[in-house]
Design a protein around this ligand. Structure first.
Ligand SMILES: [Cu+2]
Length: 140
């Protein structure tokens, strides 16, 4: 009987090790993002460099939202304003209750990019996230 428990324990250890491996960041070229009042889900996107990225966006909020990706090395600071317009890498608006599928080409430069909702007050309400562009074109 004790032997049997050892087997179960060993099996659990193997499972834990396997799931730890699969938690390594992997880049996706197709991502679902849900926009709510006032959040992005997920708020962390991991993508490969220089690839066509497909986003399935759903606005489950009661008001319009945007997904605005800032250029490398720029952030909106305390809030999104006119001064941030020139730093936009890519943007899309989604009306409440709408779903849309869009594509954009990911930047070649690896690193972290801030993405925000550009509608007044939404950034400060917590509507922002981080997009990570990996160094290499990692396969999923
Ligand atoms: Cu918003």
């Amino acid at each position: 009987m004790r032997r049997w428990w050892m087997l179960v324990f060993g099996f659990v250890l193997v499972l834990a090790a396997l799931s730890a491996c699969s938690r390594q960041p992997t880049a996706s070229t197709e991502i679902n993002v849900v926009l709510t009042d006032y959040k992005f889900e997920p708020d962390t996107l991991i993508i490969p460099p220089g690839k066509e990225i497909t986003l399935h966006l759903t606005n489950k909020g009661a008001i319009e939202h945007e997904l605005v990706i800032m250029k490398y090395g720029t952030t909106v600071g305390d809030s999104f304003g006119d001064e941030d317009e020139e730093n936009i890498y890519w943007e899309i608006e989604v009306k409440p209750g709408e779903s849309t599928t869009v594509t954009f080409t990911s930047p070649d430069m690896a690193g972290q990019y801030q993405f925000v909702c550009g509608i007044e007050g939404h950034f400060t309400a917590g509507m922002h996230g981080t997009m990570t562009v990996l160094e290499t074109v990692a396969q999923r």
